[in-house]
Design a protein around this ligand. Structure first.
Ligand code: HXC
Length: 253
């Protein structure tokens, strides 16, 4: 249900349930979590790109799979709780979004570090129309990303947002022509993967802190990890290369 391929230090994960618009079911989730665990442990991998197809990034959790489950069954299996493994994984993740990113699909996108979307992409949290609500981070991450008012609008009305609105709201980082989505995401991933791994890791962790802790604690965390990077060979290489007017070659330690 997913296809994983490698281009150098970049891993591309393509959701592959085209007939169901890449609806996320438990089998797909299990494959995704297994793949991310493996890629996370692979020192050669510097960045992940997650994508779907032209029609859909993912149209949500699989409604057919969920429809018959009771609250007890949902709770007993902590339904979709394993997606936190994806969210917490330590490699940078770029969502390359064409078509629909709805419900769990929009939530998957928001679990990535940032999204590059096509002009024809559509975003939404339509769970309210099904008598339920977002369950893999949609209320929390969207409120933090685009603010309370816009998050309320999206979750309470279930309407879709187009790419221009998503860019303006800050839901996605870039909007590009549809055919440019994957090439630009892969290029961004190659650039990120070429940088110092410790620097990239700590930048992600520091920005992640911004959602969790007070400003004073976040600033202290940032300053301390900034100091810590001066213990890495990559810091010496990066600064020496600048002063010697040459390209840096990072070793990744
Ligand atoms: C299961 C889905 C699906 C989904 C689409 N399909 N979305 N199957 N779960 N989320 C299936 C359709 O049933 C259909 O199958 C095929 O994909 C093509 O979809 P159509 O509806 O025929 O396409 P179209 O008319 O172009 O409409 C596209 C669409 C619509 C607007 C995206 O499919 C739609 O509204 N989908 C549901 C979106 C949604 O509500 N997502 C939130 C899910 S809840 P057949 O067999 O008929 O061809 C959720 C909760 C997250 O995500 C929290 C989890 C814990």
């Amino acid at each position: 249900m997913i296809e994983v391929s490698r281009e150098g230090a970049v891993a591309l994960i393509r959701l592959n349930r085209p007939k169901q618009l890449n609806a996320l079911n438990s089998a797909l989730a299990a494959q995704m979590i297994a793949a991310v665990r493996e890629l996370d442990a692979d020192v050669e991998v510097g960045c992940l790109v997650i994508t779907g197809n032209e029609r859909a990034f993912a149209a949500g959790a699989d409604i057919a799979e969920m429809a018959g489950l009771s609250a007890q069954e949902m709770a007993a299996q902590d339904f979709f709780g394993e997606w936190e493994v994806f969210a917490r994984s330590r490699k940078p993740k770029i969502a390359a979004v064409n078509g629909y990113a709805l419900g769990g699909g929009c939530e998957l996108m928001m679990m990535c570090d940032f999204a590059i979307a096509g002009q024809g992409a559509k975003f939404g949290q339509p769970e309210v129309k099904l008598g339920v609500m977002a369950g893999i981070g949609g209320t929390q991450r969207m409120a933090r990303l685009i603010g309370r008012a816009r998050a309320m609008d999206m979750h309470l009305t279930g309407r879709m947002m187009d790419a221009a609105e998503a860019l303006q709201a800050g839901l996605v980082a870039r909007v590009v022509p549809d055919t440019e989505v994957l090439p630009q995401a892969m290029e961004a991933a190659r650039v990120i993967a070429s940088y110092s791994r410790p620097a990239v890791r700590l930048i992600r962790e520091a920005i992640g802190r911004a959602e969790e802790v007070s400003l004073a604690e976040g600033l202290l965390f940032e300053r301390r990890v900034f100091h810590g990077l001066f213990g890495t060979p990559d810091q010496q290489e990066g600064m020496a290369a600048f002063l010697e007017k040459r390209a840096a070659v990072f070793r990744g330690d």
